[in-house]
Design a protein around this ligand. Structure first.
Ligand code: SF4
Length: 362
């Protein structure tokens, strides 16, 4: 039995190869995708489902969509959201139509956020933040879950197609709120195909795979084959700065949120677990271990775009030419540039929100 990785935990899979095997995923082959982004080039994207269907759409210039959701529960997001946005942007550039749903119904059910408050937060913060992180506003269709009756109808329809035991096998446990949330997500994932049947790709962390599996199971059971089963792409977690778990807001000392005050972010980076040796002399002699270093992981996943610059840090660390103090200073500098850019981008995007393409429901 594969270990249950679910959307509600903060566990870091130790061995991603095992995750691929246990969950029946495909390994991500970077050469199948043109102009791969940083996350793809560096192995942060490690697997997916039905990826050929999407690479064929790109190659043959056929229509497909990319979809993700925003849960407007508070005024911060995290690096996992950044990874998702970067992948949406990638597929937008490769011809996909992007859908962003605001999961205000789920935020109300799971966290007690009123629909009004969820809408306000999404418009004032989450959507501008996604645009600041790279989402292409003109090529994106937005909607609020609470306004989309089609999704609600689909959720009711799909709820009849699963049994409690099947649900438990996928999610590990079942309670009424979790079931409602999951079938609503199935409705969201398939919504773009109501008008036109076409492939779609859902970029997520591996913890969200149960939603993909449930959707694919339901589609495969629908005899009319009304929908194409969704493809998916999975990114590795950005680990917590203490190296133990995925970055989670439940561990504020080891998690950098977006946006974060730069002084606080700097302090966290300075305390991060590194691959440095016991003493400076030993490190100069033996070199550091960037493979075990959370600062290097942050550079690799988020802070350094240029592959040569990243390779230079790796090489100098391995040779003992670069010490952790200097290396952390470089990361702090990059983080400051990133946060400044993000905050300015959010401010700018806030002014564009009323021009965005929201689905109008009668
Ligand atoms: Fe990590 Fe940099 Fe220290 Fe190497 S020099 S172990 S990459 S902090």
């Amino acid at each position: 039995m594969p270990k249950t990785i679910d959307p509600y935990g903060a566990e870091l899979p130790e061995d991603y190869t095992k995750v691929i095997k246990d969950f029946g995923l495909e390994e991500f082959k970077v050469e199948a995708f043109p102009s791969p982004n940083r996350l793809m080039r560096r192995g942060v994207i490690f697997s997916g489902r039905d990826l050929k269907r999407i690479s064929d759409c790109i190659k043959d210039k056929k229509p497909f969509y990319v979809l993700s959701g925003i849960m407007p529960t508070n005024d911060k997001i995290h690096f996992g959201n950044k990874q998702v946005v970067e992948n949406i942007r990638y597929f937008q550039e490769q011809g996909a139509t992007a859908y962003i749903l605001i999961a205000d119904l789920e935020a109300a059910a799971a966290r007690g956020v009123t629909l009004e408050e969820g809408k306000k937060r999404a418009l004032e913060f989450h959507i501008p933040a996604y645009i600041a992180l790279g989402l292409h506003p003109e090529k994106t269709i937005f909607y609020f879950q609470s306004e989309n009756k089609d999704v609600v109808h689909m959720a009711y329809e799909f709820a009849q197609k699963i049994t409690l035991n099947e649900f438990k096998a996928i999610y590990g446990s079942a309670d009424p709120g979790r079931i409602m949330s999951a079938v609503t997500q199935v409705g969201d994932i398939l919504y773009p195909q109501l008008a036109t049947r076409m492939p779609g790709i859902i970029p997520v962390g591996i913890d969200q795979d149960p939603h993909i599996r449930l959707t694919r199971d339901i589609v495969n059971r629908t005899k009319a084959k009304k929908f194409v089963p969704p493809s998916s792409i999975y990114h590795k977690y950005t680990p917590s700065l203490n190296g133990e778990l995925k970055m989670s807001k439940s561990m504020p000392e080891s998690c950098i949120v977006l946006p974060e005050d730069i002084k606080t972010a700097t302090k966290k980076i300075k305390r991060a677990l590194t691959g440095g040796r016991e003493t400076v002399d030993i490190q100069k002699e033996k070199g550091g271990e960037p493979e075990k270093c959370m600062v290097f992981e942050l550079d690799k996943q988020h802070l350094i775009e240029d592959d040569k610059e990243l390779q230079d840090i790796y090489d100098r660390c391995k040779k003992g030419d670069l010490l952790c103090g200097e290396c952390k200073d470089i990361a702090c500098q990059k983080m400051e540039e990133f946060m400044t850019h993000l905050e300015k981008g959010i401010e700018k995007a806030r002014k564009q929100v009323d021009k965005l393409n929201f689905v109008k429901f009668s």
